[in-house]
Design a protein around this ligand. Sequence first.
Ligand code: NAP
Length: 448
Amino acid sequence: MKYQKIKVPSNGKRITFEKGKLNVPDNPIIPFVEGDGMGPDIWRATKRVLDAAVEKAFAGKKKIIWMEIHAGLSALKKYGNDDILPEDTLNAIREFKVAIKGPLTTPVGGFDFVCLVCAKEQNGVNGKRPEKCVKCGSEFVTKRFRSLNVGLRQILDLYACVRPVRWYKGVPCPVKRPDKLDVIVFRENTEDVYAGIEFQEGTKEAKKIISFLKNVMGKNVREDSGIGIKPISIFGTKRLVRKAINHALEQNLPSVTLVHKGNIMKFTEGAFRDWGYELAKEEYRDKIVTEQELWDEFDGKMPEGKILIKDRIADQTFQQVLLRPDEYSVFATPNLNGDYLSDACAAQVGGLGLAPGANIGDEIALFEATHGTAPKYTGMDKVNPSSLILSGVMMLKYMGWIKAGEMIENALEKTISQKTVTYDLERQMEGATKLKTSEFGEKIIENM
Ligand code: NAP
């Protein structure tokens, strides 16, 4: 592949994907995006920690060869012309299969331009780009765009948003037994509200649909309504549920729970549940037991070596993760339910700022911090790098470099339980020592 502005390192090899299997050389080239706002701070710490763990775990026999690619602010600096998601970047992720990124600015809406340094949204003068940001004075004001993160997921067809949630000893949290929650959420990433089609109230289009619904379909909708359509397909559901069941099988996990609101939305959410069960029975018949079968055929006693496939209505799921957290392991959800559920679970274990994530397709995986760019802390070497570090851990495990991943998890837990933490945790812990981002990273390395 020829790149316009990316230099491919000559001392590394490509990760390849053949016959459904990832092949990882000892010196894989891994593309990374530093991210906007405080992204570069947390990236620096993350890279140090990942490199140190790989070096220690494999006695220098393996090494990641990092390759910088650009999106957001760094792309604007490198490529100009409002090119915040260059073709180079997409091609590099496609070619090298596994990549990692820091957070990127996403404008919320209503304005024409956004500053990629402080995320301030602003209008131009007579529609022209402001020369400088009205808030921070930076010159990196660019045209408004939808969302780089959503764009990356859709263009690369990264259809599963994967969010593991567990408690790390010492992290302050709101529940009595945070250790009981250890789940992984597989959230569909391309359909439901992410493929939502909306029409604003009062527009010609909204009126047309309301009239079509009334006159052709015989359904009444109030005239002053906005309209939203959320598609959920057999194809999208089955490939997501397949990924969740495969994960449960590979990791020897006890159950997969399909989360839906099928009691209300029968042909989207309800269908998600039905197609999920269908897939489980079609492709994993000898490896799974459904909850219905568990009671009908096994008197409630789980047969050895099988995975339980169950389903829960979304609102009930939120109660269950609080009241009976240890009965859940892998969740498979449509887009919106999964969005709420992964943040609620992360908050329950005090880990919203620590939660890692990945967007995974059939061959490509993009690992990322789940929080935003916290622009007010840009360049202050202050924020918590744990979310990106733990996304790096997910990446190492995905590559099969389990030992290095576990080494980081243990060292991170030790560092937090020693109460040597960044400001966000320090303010919630009694007698803790406040560290900078870089110092926290060094402490993790020391604790490996
Ligand atoms: P945010 O960047 O997540 O920050 C909100 C607050 O969360 C921060 O002010 C800080 O709280 C805390 N926080 C976030 N990350 C932290 C960390 N690593 N360590 C310690 N504290 C942390 O959310 P936002 O201010 O709403 O969004 C800013 C920009 O990021 C927006 O453009 C948004 O669209 C974008 N965004 C990107 C992603 C992504 O790339 N995946 C995700 C979400 C948002 P305190 O102020 O209390 O210290």
